[in-house]
Every structure is written in structure tokens, then in C-alpha cells.
Design a protein around this ligand. Structure first.
Ligand SMILES: C[S@@+](CC[C@H](N)C(=O)[O-])C[C@H]1O[C@@H](n2cnc3c(N)ncnc32)[C@H](O)[C@@H]1O
Length: 292
């Protein structure tokens, strides 16, 4: 029988994350992206009863899922965007922490929930908001942005070279009928982009819209900028990213910075065994740095 964690999201690079971050008894840690609680659990078990882990997530549904999985551990769950970490710690009366982890993006639980509209594999409303309470949905963007604006988003965040063709097709389709579902968007993209390799032609467009809807790169940049202020000297930070736009920003923030000693010259990637067990791990890149 799978455990509840195995049944849902499986944390990536668990052994490498623990070895490099080295959480110790009595320390105070932040998991910026608690999700299903996989990494939080691994870290909190190392902190013991005198330590504490503050688990953030902008998606309250994920925190509700993580709560029973983390029962009995020294964990406090806080619904917040990680770009608010400085304010969150200030409100808790905490000046500096011993370590921070961010495992970026979305979890398998969110991806598999058709109502979130994150996946082109399940038909559902074209939403994509990780914090489902506020802000524009992917349907809002797709139906209101100019053709040029859409092409720029798909090119920049999806690294999709056929972005202009896709934007044109989206505008054609929406002028006949508002695009409301993931299926309609995926169909529009597939109708003008040839399949290459094993990758669905809609993959890059979906990634682009998700990044735009959630301002994912903006939030990451704000987190990277605030980390030197909230991590004590000797404290460790680990960031797991899933595409080059994120990894580039993490690398730039750690490398050659007066604040950080980079503990990973190259990003740590999953081995064949882990990739076979957990396909999500295939694109994961972990970078770890120690506060100088
Ligand atoms: C890859 S999952 C984390 C999985 C987790 N490490 C585990 O082992 O179960 C990423 C999580 O981060 C959350 N998230 C993404 N961007 C966020 C942000 N800017 N602030 C707070 N949470 C965020 C998502 O809602 C999602 O639950």
C-alpha cells in the first residue's frame, strides 16, 4: 500500500537536499513551498522538538493537505507568498533563520486537479492561479491580451520559437468564441504546432501562461533579493528549480555574491533511478549556498 505521500507528490532530490542543507537539532528553518509537505517533513524530522520549521505556501489547499502529514512535528504552517518572507518573519518576531528551502513551481497534487487548469492532459477551467483567490486567470490573459503581448509571453516564458503563430491562432479562435478551458487552449496550440519528439506541442505555451499568471519569476527574484537579510551567517539556502529561466536567476544570485558561498558548483540533478521512479525529477536542479 502506498503511504499518503507516495500516493500524491513525491519530493525530488530528497537525499541530496538533506545532505547539502544539513538541518540540525534546535535550528529554525523555512520551507517556502511546503506543498504536500514532503521536504518539510524530512527537514522537520532533523530539527527535533527544540527546533521549528515554518512552512509557507500561497495555496491554502496544499497547506490543508500537508497539515495531517506533518502532525506531531515542530511545524507551523503559514499561508503566504514567499516574496513576503521578510514580513512573515518580522510578524513572528524572528530576526534570522538557520536555513531556507524553496522547491519551485507546482506539485503533482495541483497538476492532477483538473479544476486548477494547470494541465493540458486534464480538461478543466483555464485558471492556473496557485493562489486561487485573487488575480487574473490564464483565461483572462488569453482572451484579453493583444496578439503581440501574447506572443511575447509565450516566447519569453515558454521559450517557444513558434510563439507568433500560436498567438495568431489563439486570437483567431477567441474571436469566434472565448477560450474557457485547458482543452480549448491545448487544441488551439496543437492545431498550429507540429508534434516533435515525445513532447506535447502545448507544453511550452502552458508553462508560459502559468509563469505569467503567478508572476513566478518576479516572486523568485524578490525571494532571492530578501534572503541575505533573513538568513544568519552560516545558514544554508537551497533552491530547486525546474526550468532554465528559474535556474539562471538562482545561479546569478549565488555566484560571485558577497553574501553567499556556493556549495554546488554545478546544479545537483537526479540520477536515473530517481527519474525512473519520479518523472518530475527529470528537470529538477538543486543549488545550495551558505550565508557568508
Ligand atoms: C513543487 S511544490 C512543493 C512540493 C514540496 N516540496 C513537497 O515535497 O511536497 C511547489 C509548491 O510551492 C507553492 N508555491 C509556488 N510559488 C509560490 C510562492 N511564490 N509562494 C508560496 N508558495 C508558492 C505551490 O503552491 C506548491 O504547493
Amino acid at each position: 500500500m502506498p503511504t499518503p505521500l507516495e500516493a500524491g507528490h513525491v519530493p525530488v532530490l530528497p537525499a541530496e537536499t538533506l545532505r547539502l542543507l544539513d538541518p540540525r537539532p534546535g535550528e529554525t528553518w523555512v520551507d517556502c513551498t511546503t506543498g504536500g509537505g514532503g521536504h518539510s517533513r524530512l527537514i522537520a524530522e532533523k530539527l527535533g522538538p527544540t527546533g521549528r520549521l515554518f512552512g509557507l505556501d500561497q495555496d491554502r489547499t496544499m497547506l490543508a493537505l500537508a497539515e495531517p502529514r506533518l502532525a506531531g512535528l515542530p511545524v507551523t504552517l503559514i499561508p503566504a507568498n514567499f516574496d513576503q518572507l521578510a514580513e512573515v518573519l518580522q510578524n513572528l518576531g524572528i530576526e534570522k533563520v538557520d536555513g531556507v528551502l524553496a522547491d519551485l513551481g507546482f506539485s503533482s497534487d495541483q497538476l492532477n486537479d483538473a479544476d486548477r487548469g494547470l494541465s493540458f492532459k486534464n480538461n478543466g477551467p483555464l485558471d492556473m492561479r496557485l493562489d486561487g483567490r485573487t488575480g487574473a486567470t490564464a483565461a483572462d490573459l488569453v482572451n484579453t491580451m493583444s496578439e503581440g503581448g501574447l506572443a511575447d509571453v509565450i516566447f519569453e516564458y515558454g521559450e517557444e520559437r513558434l510563439s507568433r503563430r500560436i498567438a495568431k491562432r489563439i486570437v483567431e479562435r477567441r474571436s469566434a468564441k472565448r477560450i474557457e478551458t485547458t482543452g480549448e487552449l491545448a487544441d488551439a496550440v496543437r492545431s498550429c504546432v507540429p508534434r516533435s519528439g515525445g513532447i506535447d506541442p502545448a507544453t511550452r505555451t502552458f508553462q508560459a501562461l502559468r509563469i505569467a499568471v503567478n508572476d513566478e519569476l518576479g516572486a523568485l527574484e524578490r525571494l532571492l533579493a530578501l534572503l541575505p537579510k533573513v538568513v544568519r551567517p552560516g545558514g544554508r539556502v537551497g533552491i530547486i528549480s525546474f526550468h532554465s529561466l528559474e535556474d539562471r536567476r538562482v545561479k546569478q544570485a549565488f555566484r560571485g555574491s558577497p553574501h553567499w558561498e556556493c556549495l554546488t558548483k554545478k546544479p545537483v540533478e537526479a540520477g536515473d533511478d530517481e527519474c525512473a521512479r519520479n518523472p518530475r525529477a527529470r528537470s529538477a536542479k538543486l543549488r545550495v549556498a551558505r550565508r557568508v
